[in-house]
Structure formats: structure tokens, C-alpha cells
Design a binder for this molecule. Structure first.
Ligand SMILES: NC(=O)c1ccc[n+]([C@@H]2O[C@H](COP(=O)([O-])OP(=O)(O)OC[C@H]3O[C@@H](n4cnc5c(N)ncnc54)[C@H](OP(=O)(O)O)[C@@H]3O)[C@@H](O)[C@H]2O)c1
Length: 313
């Protein structure tokens, strides 16, 4: 138990919550989920360019948020190989800067990280305390961000998640729904294993974590640190794609692809600028125990998101 632990509620009656990356997959869902907890500040890129450290400092000084939820990141994994300065600024220096503010103010920082901080070797699900060892530049910048937050002295939750998708924006799900309605044959990588995680689940668990911290009776149940956050179960990108096509058909979305048209291929047959980890499995016992929750299966979560997409068309 951390004796330094302080609650979320500030001296003023309502929390001022800064959500960065509010137009991203996770940020968009956070804006919906956290609205009941306080007043949300979610400046878009035009209002606050997070690559500009001075602008970030000026924003923090002007608005004095009581809580920061950092959903902004440089997430273009392949581009990060050649654009390391920007990836480092967004994924490492920005979290360090936000953590410094939170340390000074005694505020909590909620930060998101990735399965890519691990090496991707083996087949055992990663535990939060396992050795890290990213295999690409994106993973290295995310790890640097995690370390900066952990070493800052601020109260923090770092949620490491995997294979994020949502009903909106660019994701593997969106690409598969488009290609599955255009093509009759596709080749999909089948030797990278992990759990597809909907942004809505990440936002929901974040909301539960914040409610836990905000309740004096439960606040001490949740300690600062790293927590894995993904649904239960595992699959490959090939398995994910096949499930998408099946669920989409059931939801009434027009699909041209059939199960026989989806070929499983190894990673070596799909070269990308950045190496990809083969083992992205994340053990989620720690967050389940801390919040007293049971995370749902990745299949049930996918069905919910596809239904949401189908009903909005
Ligand atoms: N996507 C995945 O598969 C995945 C997997 C594991 C972990 N994660 C982690 O989960 C978290 C959320 O990811 P996500 O998928 O929600 O990311 P995302 O959809 O790519 O959203 C990133 C957000 O950051 C904002 N941003 C980037 N550079 C900015 C800048 N210079 N100024 C202002 N805003 C800027 C983007 O703004 P614009 O909207 O203007 O572009 C966007 O809103 C990240 O920490 C990520 O590393 C993601």
C-alpha cells in the first residue's frame, strides 16, 4: 500500500480532466466515458500541438488540470523507423513532461502503452514485471515513455494494451471490413499472436479505475504502476480477420469474401519497415484483481463493435 496515495478529487468540487489525443481511437471513447467524472478538456491538434513542448507547458499553466489522461501517441509503427525524432517527442518526451506536471501538482497521470515494449519472443503471456526489449523504434519510444512516467515520482497508471481497434477511424477492423466487401481472396499473417482490444473497453476500464481512485473506501486498492489491459483469449491477425468476416456477415454487412478465400501466411511473407513481435499475449490477472472485474473475451467485444458499425450504416 502506498502511504503517499492521494485521491483524485481536488479542492474544487469538479475535476478538470485533460484528455490528450481526444480524436484518436482511445481518446474519443474516453471523452464519452469520463464525462461523468468531471469537466473534460480535449484540445485537438489545431488547439494544442503536442509536439511543441512550450505550447504544452503554456496549456498546463493556463488550465491547471487536476487529472491527465494521455491517449495521444505517435502510433504509425512503420513510419516511426524513419521519423524517430517525432515518435520520441510524442511517445517519450510528452509523457515525461505530463508526468513532471502531475508530480509537481500531486495529480494522477493515466498513460497508455503497448505490447510492443516486450521482445515478442516465446509463447507465454507477458506479465507486467517481465523484462522489456522492444524489437522496433515505436516500441523503444513507448518503453522510454513508460520509464519516464514510472521514474517521475507522479501517481500513475500505465495501461499496456494490444491491437487496438474501434468503430471509428483507421484500424485493422476498418481495413478488413473494407477489403472483405471488395475482394474474394486475402492473405493474412497467422504467426503473430495477441488479443484485439476495442478502444471502448480501454475507456471503460479507465473509467472504473478512476472511480476506484475517487472513492476513499477503494482508492488504496489501486496502486501506481503498470497494468495490462486487453480482453481474455488470444488469436492471430488471420484468426481476427476470419472472425471479423463472420461477425460482419451475421450483422448484415455485405461481404464478398468467404472463409476459403482467407489464406494464412507467415510474417516473413509480409515484410514491413518495422519488425513485429510474434508474441503479443498480455496476462491480465493484475488489473482484474485490482478492480475486481472479469475482462470479456475478444470475440464478444468484436461482435459488439461490429454491431455498432452495422447499426450506424
Ligand atoms: N493502435 C494500436 O493498435 C495500439 C496498440 C497498443 C497500444 N496502443 C497505445 O494506445 C494509445 C492510444 O492509441 P490509439 O490507437 O487511440 O491512437 P490513435 O488513434 O493513433 O490516436 C492518437 C492521437 O494522438 C494525437 N496526436 C498525435 N500527434 C499529435 C500532435 N503532434 N499534436 C496533437 N495531437 C497529436 C492524434 O491526433 P490527430 O487525431 O490529429 O491525428 C490522435 O488523436 C497510445 O498510447 C498507443 O501507443 C495502441
Amino acid at each position: 500500500m502506498n502511504s503517499e496515495h492521494t485521491h483524485l478529487t481536488p479542492h474544487t468540487s469538479r475535476l478538470t480532466i485533460l484528455i490528450t489525443g481526444g480524436n484518436g481511437q482511445v481518446g474519443f471513447e474516453l471523452r464519452r466515458q469520463l464525462a461523468t467524472l468531471g469537466d473534460i478538456l480535449a484540445p485537438n491538434r489545431a488547439a494544442l500541438d503536442l509536439s511543441n513542448a512550450d505550447a504544452v507547458d503554456a496549456f498546463l499553466a493556463e488550465h491547471q488540470p487536476d487529472l491527465i489522461v494521455n491517449a495521444a501517441a505517435y502510433t504509425a509503427v512503420d513510419n516511426a523507423e524513419s521519423d524517430q525524432a517525432m515518435a520520441t517527442r510524442l511517445n517519450a518526451e510528452l509523457p515525461a513532461q505530463l508526468a513532471e506536471y502531475c508530480h509537481q501538482r500531486g495529480s494522477w497521470l493515466i498513460h497508455y502503452s503497448s505490447d510492443y515494449v516486450y521482445s515478442g519472443e516465446g509463447t507465454t503471456p507477458w506479465q507486467e514485471g517481465d523484462a522489456t526489449g522492444p524489437c522496433n523504434a515505436y516500441g523503444a519510444t513507448k518503453l522510454a515513455g513508460d520509464e519516464a512516467v514510472a521514474n517521475s515520482g507522479c501517481q500513475h497508471l500505465i495501461f499496456r494494451t494490444s491491437w487496438v481497434y474501434s468503430a471509428f477511424g483507421k484500424s485493422f477492423l476498418a481495413t478488413m471490413l473494407r477489403l472483405g466487401a471488395e475482394r474474394t481472396a486475402l492473405s493474412i499473417v497467422s504467426d503473430q499472436m495477441g488479443a484485439p482490444t476495442p478502444a471502448r473497453l480501454i475507456a471503460l476500464v479507465t473509467q472504473q479505475a478512476l472511480a476506484t481512485l475517487n472513492n476513499p473506501k477503494t482508492a488504496n486498492d489501486l496502486e501506481s504502476g503498470v497494468y495490462h489491459l486487453a480482453p481474455r483469449g488470444e488469436t492471430s491477425w488471420h484468426g481476427f480477420a476470419c472472425e471479423i468476416f463472420q461477425v460482419a456477415k451475421q450483422a448484415g454487412l455485405p461481404m464478398t469474401i468467404s472463409p476459403e478465400g482467407v489464406t494464412a501466411i507467415p510474417t516473413v511473407d509480409y515484410p514491413t519497415p518495422a519488425a513485429r513481435p510474434l508474441n503479443s499475449r498480455l496476462e491480465v490477472d493484475k488489473i482484474e484483481a485490482a478492480l475486481g472485474i472479469q475482462l470479456p473475451s475478444w470475440q464478444s467485444q468484436l461482435a459488439l463493435t461490429v454491431e455498432e458499425i452495422a447499426s450506424s450504416r
